[in-house]
Write a protein that binds this ligand. Structure first.
Ligand code: HEM
Length: 426
């Protein structure tokens, strides 16, 4: 369960020393006794360009600088209290999406609309982040009928689309200097261009927030993230980490439910009586499709041992969460979608780590689970769902930093008769 590859600690010759861990015991060993040693991140050339030379929270090496940023993120921006304050914003965005779907269904033949779930969920996730980070709602109009995004979110999506294809641990450009010297594939040009656009964009959001602040427009608890950070003077970028992961997980959850109508019916019935029971479905989705299947890469800052093997300083650590979550020694029929595994604490003691473990664990977990829960709960409660033309959803997985669905999810949605009045009033 420990794999090794590459020689030499850095990527100067197109290779890099790496250790791949794919069992629950070894993952625990890496993030308990070796947690401090593995708390660094390898900095690939593409990441160096994108992360202000390693200055972003997710890419910074372990030390006082990272600790400081992490404290700001965990305490000021993503704490349970902050997330509770953000909930009305999230619900507002979800309601806006439901309103649009309801309108589309009313206008469609037979009262059911064909919905591009992937696009909708990504847009929603980005809008939630835009709204909590910069409060851009004012610049959006309902007349923009078929999109769930503000113009700012649109602009940011274009920047993300330019960057995402060049992320990931198997990017040749990062390993082979010759490709970089001649900027083969024009990667450098594209990344620098995207970073420059991102700078201009963020600067604009910050200036707008400053103007609002000067005008006395900020009200305590409902402050945007930028306002919070401005008051601490530590503006850092959290958009990248939170968008794709959240929307992809919701998309997989909907796909699983469409292929398991009995689970969908059960969830609908339960939500009608007690909101919040979609948690087992979310856990099971994150078990089968962890949005970061290899976590983010870690790097050792000193020699250590993993599973009895010597691991030298400067080795990249990849933790295969995808394999750990499907370990047949731990999970019965690991490939099957069975949310009941998580009922009544039945899965307690089994390692589920879609957000990682140890000190570099995802600080956005509370926000992500709240957002996914609200979105999924609302979609299941408000609509009856069907597969397009009754055809089984294609569950083929794509590659990259996250696990995208190869065929973007589409589904038929029909407003539930019992909720007609409620939907009209949204
Ligand atoms: C389903 C949603 C999400 C999943 C599955 C997820 C998963 C992860 C994972 C696996 C890591 C790396 C842990 C490691 O290195 O061992 C991570 C890091 C991180 N995540 Fe998330 N994440 C999600 C949503 C979010 C959200 C909503 C935010 C914030 C808005 C966020 C912010 C971050 C940051 C800043 C880091 C870097 C932390 C550090 O290096 O110290 N994530 N996430």
């Amino acid at each position: 369960r420990v794999g090794a590859g590459g020689k030499g600690g850095n990527n100067g010759k197109g290779s890099r020393r790496a250790v791949v861990v794919s069992s629950p015991e070894l993952a625990k060993e890496c993030f308990t006794e070796n947690d401090v040693v593995f708390a660094n991140r390898p900095l690939f050339p593409s990441q160096r360009i994108l992360s202000f030379d390693g200055a972003s929270l997710s890419m910074a090496s372990y030390g006082s600088y990272w600790r400081n940023l992490r404290r700001v993120a965990a305490v000021q921006v993503l704490s349970a209290h902050r997330v509770a304050c953000m909930s009305p914003v999230i619900s507002g965005e979800v309601r806006a999406m439901v309103r649009r779907m309801n309108r589309a269904a009313a206008a469609a033949d037979g009262g059911a609309a064909r919905v591009q779930m992937k696009r909708r969920l990504f847009e929603l996730s980005l809008s939630v982040l835009m709204e909590t980070i910069a409060r851009t709602k004012t610049s959006r109009t309902e007349a923009n009928a078929d999109s769930d995004m503000s113009p700012e979110a649109h602009e940011f999506k274009q920047i993300v689309d330019d960057v995402v294809p060049h992320l990931g641990t198997a990017n040749l450009w990062d390993y082979l200097p010759v490709l970089r010297w001649f900027d083969v594939f024009g990667v450098m040009k594209k990344l620098v261009n995207a970073v420059n656009r991102r700078e201009v964009f963020l600067r604009r959001l910050i200036d707008a927030e400053r103007l609002r602040e000067n005008g006395g427009g900020n009200d305590g608890e409902k402050k945007s993230v930028i306002a919070v950070l401005l008051s601490l003077q530590k503006m850092k970028n959290l958009f990248g980490a939170g968008t794709e992961t959240t929307s992809t997980t919701t998309e997989w959850a909907m796909a699983l439910l469409l292929n398991h109508p009995e689970a969908l019916k059960k969830a609908q019935a339960e939500i009608d009586t007690a909101v919040g029971t979609s948690r087992c479905i979310i856990n099971e989705t994150l078990r089968l499709y962890p949005a970061a299947p290899l976590l983010l890469p870690h790097e050792s800052s000193a020699d250590c041992k993993v599973g009895g093997y010597d691991v030298p300083r400067g080795t990249m650590l990849l933790v295969n969460v995808y394999a750990i979550h499907r370990d047949p020694a731990v999970w019965e029929d690991p490939g099957e979608f069975r949310p009941e595994r998580f009922e009544d604490g039945k899965a307690e003691g089994r390692l589920l780590m879609p957000f990682g473990m140890g000190r570099r664990k995802c600080p956005g977990e509370t926000l992500a689970l709240r957002t996914i829960g609200l979105v999924l709960g609302t979609l299941i409660q408000c609509f009856d769902w069907d597969r397009v033309d009754g055809v089984e959803v294609d569950m083929t997985e794509g590659g990259g930093l996250t696990i995208p669905m190869t065929v973007p999810l589409e589904a038929m949605c029909r407003p539930r008769a019992a909720l007609h009045g409620v939907l009209q009033e949204l």
